[in-house]
Design a protein around this ligand. Structure first.
Ligand code: ARG
Length: 396
């Protein structure tokens, strides 16, 4: 038996390819989490008196081996199996016989997929927050090494006031840390245990202990009532993608500004050869492709967020297969931002600011506000009067 619901009826290949789609490929990254959740579920069944100690031991050892084999590349979820939940259970039954066929008591793939996804998401949020922090650290390093170099600060892309590399880098670093905090806060919705809600309406007849899997999987509480669980699918994902979208945007703005600063017209930064690419026709070119791609990709998480919202909007309650589509958008959105955050952490320390070029761009008008403030401080005139005097002097 390949699919858990198989009735021996003929299978329509075209339908399978459409319904399973690339889900089996995406599920490869959920295998380790489903293994963990399955082991916790088995331990709960044992504690509740539905699984013998021998069966639990056999399931535990086999699950660990299934997980290790998968991590070593020894097997992959196949299209025929549809998803990682089926693939793991098939292997358990194959290796443990009857003990394997006892594990699905009191669960459904509907709560299983949520458990695996939430465990994945909690790790993914921490990884992405860490990568945002590493990019912020790289900006701190830039500020420590080249921060004292003065540069113009811009509003409307017009020179406005004196700034410095430290202020420029510090602003981005602070916002990236804010994004990291947002990502960590987004863990709340992923921190409730869906196991025990089964297909969406709980487990009849048996007294199963939802607190058991909640504690062993490190969730903060069981997700109640059971009918809330499927309604919530996509919300932890959307919250995570929203925070990832803010991070993507900050990284994209940083990249966009580096592209601008690297132009001959600005000339504020020089990119070392390893950060640039050449042109097939123009021998002199050194292009900042990596920052352009970081800029171009900065909307990936926002697009994924929109996709998740579009899938879940207007769905009646309970499980619907539409919900499977959330997974693909979630992985794509989170992966894209993670790749960009890691790229920026790698590239930022290699950027060199050109002190003389920036000093040449600091014309005297950038100090007019400063002159007006000095006038207020020294003579006590109202600011508006000081502003007028400074402008009059300037125009004279
Ligand atoms: N791959 C499915 C998903 O992500 C797993 C749950 C399948 N449940 C079902 N009733 N067909 O939603």
């Amino acid at each position: 038996m390949t699919r858990l619901w198989d009735r021996g009826e003929p299978l329509d290949r075209i339908v399978l390819e459409y319904t399973a789609g690339e889900d089996h490929l995406l599920d490869d990254r959920l295998v380790a989490y489903d293994v963990r959740a399955s082991a916790a579920h088995a331990a709960m069944l044992h504690a509740s008196g539905f699984l013998s100690s021998d069966d639990l031991a056999a399931l535990g050892t086999t699950l660990a081996r299934i997980g290790a084999d998968h991590a070593a590349g020894a097997w992959r979820v196949s299209l025929e199996e549809e998803d990682c939940h089926t693939a793991i259970e098939n292997r358990l039954v194959e290796a443990c016989g009857e003990a394997g066929s006892r594990i699905h008591l009191g669960r459904s793939r509907n709560d299983q997929v949520l458990a695996a996804l939430r465990l994945w998401l909690k790790d993914a949020l921490e990884t992405l927050a860490g990568a945002a922090g590493a990019a912020a650290d790289a900006l701190d390093g830039l500020a420590a090494a080249q921060g004292s170099l003065p540069m113009p600060g811009y509003t409307h892309l017009q020179r406005a006031m004196p700034s410095s590399v430290a202020l420029w880098a510090g602003g981005f670093a602070a916002e990236l840390r804010d994004d990291a905090a947002g990502l960590r806060a987004a863990r709340r919705r992923a921190d409730r245990n869906p196991l025990g809600s089964a297909a969406g309406y709980g487990v009849p007849v048996l007294e199963l202990d939802r607190g058991h899997t909640t504690a062993s999987l490190g969730f903060s509480e069981p997700h109640v009532p059971v009918t809330a669980v499927q309604l919530s699918r996509g919300k932890a994902e959307a919250g995570a993608l929203f925070e990832a979208a803010l991070l993507g945007q900050d990284l994209g703005r940083l990249a966009a500004e580096l592209c601008l600063f690297a132009t001959a017209e600005f000339g504020f930064v020089r990119l070392p050869p390893e950060l640039t690419t050449g042109s097939s026709m123009l021998p002199q070119k050194r292009n900042p492709d990596l920052f352009e791609l970081a800029r171009g990709r900065s909307g990936e998480a926002a697009a994924a967020l929109f996709e998740v919202l579009a899938v879940t909007a207007k769905l009646p309650s309970g499980y619907h297969r539409d919900l499977q589509l959330v997974k693909k958008a979630l992985f794509r959105g989170m992966d894209g931002v993670l790749a960009t955050a890691r790229l920026m952490a790698h590239a930022v320390p290699l950027v060199r600011f050109d002190g003389p070029r920036m000093a040449a761009a600091l014309d005297d008008d950038l100090r007019l506000a400063e002159r007006a403030y000095r006038l207020v401080q020294e003579s006590g005139v109202p600011f508006r009067e000081a502003y007028r005097r400074v402008r009059r002097d300037e125009e004279a």
